[in-house]
Ligand binder design. Structure first.
Ligand code: KIV
Length: 279
């Protein structure tokens, strides 16, 4: 059954909020125009994640993302999509210091990309920022559990929800994000039963990544999902294609044909008598 949509071409944040407990919400990250075009017919939500810093720009962590980077990729994804709800990540350093900074950064992202919403990491500690951005009329997606922007502080990518103390903190974070007015919340890298319990506990949709099949939706990093990741592939990733092998094979065949003067052949050059003027 096709999920309900409100008037207008794009799925909005409120459409996503209404999907709580319904047909699972399909989300993927996207960073570029062609990928957005390919994914748009299949997904409900495209996240321009700050993972772009690692995936496309080769940084070691998401801390390499800047506001300018997020805006440029947000614009590309908006150009390549017509249907999906597009959410742009707020990069580290653009919102944590003050509510005023958070509102200014969120406004800039929305004004320069025309995206539907922003996402930021944090629970109780970022509730004031979320509430202030929502009060400006900008929908916010929360992000709790494993928070990649805190990975240096945390000493690595550590799974959350393994102790009673941490489980209680996760519930406080989920409640704070919901109370602050977020329309949904990503739960990342969290013990499955805990993510399931949080999903039942809050009234906003939870979007899982390395969390639980009970979440209201799922998200994966697109390059992980299509098998483009060249470094370690996390346990929670399922590769639906192996494009790294396809690309490597294409490059090897191209190299062999160029070196053997098999490419370009007659089909790929222009003769003096050709009636075609366009490449
Ligand atoms: O930046 C990102 O890709 C994300 C997802 C992993 C949720 O935040």
């Amino acid at each position: 059954m096709a999920p309900e949509r409100s008037a207008g071409d794009r799925i909005g944040a409120e459409d996503i909020r209404r999907r709580k407990g319904g047909v699972p919400i399909v989300c993927l990250t996207a960073y570029t125009y062609p990928i957005a075009r390919m994914l748009d017919p299949h997904v409900d939500l495209l996240l321009v994640g700050d993972s772009v810093a690692m995936v496309l720009h080769g940084h070691a962590t998401t801390l390499g993302a800047s506001l300018e980077m997020m805006i440029a990729h947000g614009q590309a994804v908006m150009r390549g999509s017509t249907k999906a709800c597009v959410v742009v990540d707020m990069p580290a350093g653009s919102y944590e210091a003050s509510v005023a900074e958070a509102v200014a950064s969120a406004r800039r992202i929305v004004e320069e990309t025309a995206c539907q919403a922003v996402k930021l990491e944090g629970g109780v500690d970022m509730a004031a920022q979320i509430a202030a951005i929502v009060a400006e009329g900008i929908p916010v997606m929360g992000h709790i559990g494993l928070q990649p922007q805190s990975v240096e502080k945390d000493g690595g990518y550590k799974i959350k929800g393994r102790t009673q103390e941490n489980i209680a903190a996760l519930f406080r974070d989920a409640e704070a994000v919901e109370k602050a007015g977020a329309f949904s919340v990503v739960i990342e890298g969290t013990v499955a039963t805990v993510a399931s319990d949080i999903t039942r506990h809050v009234a906003i949709p939870t979007i899982g990544i390395g969390a639980s099949g009970d979440c209201d939706g799922q998200i994966l990093v697109i390059d992980d999902m299509i098998g483009m990741t060249v470094d370690r592939v996390p346990k929670f990733v399922k590769e639906y294609a192996k494009l790294r092998d396809t690309i490597s094979d294409a490059a090897a065949r191209y190299a062999a044909e160029v070196r053997g003067r098999a490419f370009p052949g007659p089909d790929h050059v222009f003769s003096a008598t050709s009636d075609k003027d366009k490449a």
